[in-house]
Design a protein around this ligand. Structure first.
Ligand code: GTP
Ligand code: MG
Length: 138
């Protein structure tokens, strides 16, 4: 079945929203096949966010992602890549629709860093790459 990588970002872990976010994924009918609290490293983040290198928000984003543990999750199910992004809502929590994770639980990005609670892979290629990055197989 299709798989996606979800991260509960440091703001979500700090605010105690990990359970609520996992609950929404399971309530939608997806299966959690890996869940692990991890500390990101600069190396993993450089690979994870390679597409954003050089953008103005890249350095603050990496700094934010290093500010506390993240919950790394693999979720499975038909259509889960698009389905989770739909559950997550628009990137900017202020614009995200009510009913979505970011719309219901997210706050304004603020001046420095975008804190939008979750990450979800955006394509099958990204998903496999990101799952290998966060859950390396020996
Ligand atoms: P992810 O699921 O986290 O990848 O979100 P996304 O796919 O909706 O957004 P994208 O991959 O474009 O950006 C990755 C992350 O970088 C976002 O989740 C934000 O935290 C941050 N980000 C993206 N665009 C901007 C921006 O214009 N300004 C700032 N400050 N941060 C941004
Ligand atoms: Mg993205």
């Amino acid at each position: 079945p299709e798989r996606t990588l979800v991260l509960v970002k440091p703001d979500g872990v700090r605010r105690g929203l990990s359970g609520e976010i996992l609950r929404r994924i399971e309530a939608k009918g997806y299966t959690l096949t890996a869940v692990e609290l991890k500390n990101a490293t600069p190396d993993v983040l450089a690979q994870h966010y390679a597409e954003h290198e050089g953008k103005p928000f890249y350095a603050p984003l990496v700094e934010f992602m290093l500010s506390g543990p993240v919950l790394a999750v693999v979720a499975e199910g038909q259509g889960v890549i698009a389905g989770f992004r739909s559950l997550a809502g628009a990137t900017d929590p202020t614009a995200a629709a009510p009913g979505t994770i970011r719309g219901d639980l997210g706050r304004d990005w603020g001046l420095k860093v975008q804190q939008n609670l979750v990450h979800g892979s955006d394509s099958p290629e990204s998903a496999e790459r990101e799952i290998g990055l966060w859950f390396p197989q020996p």
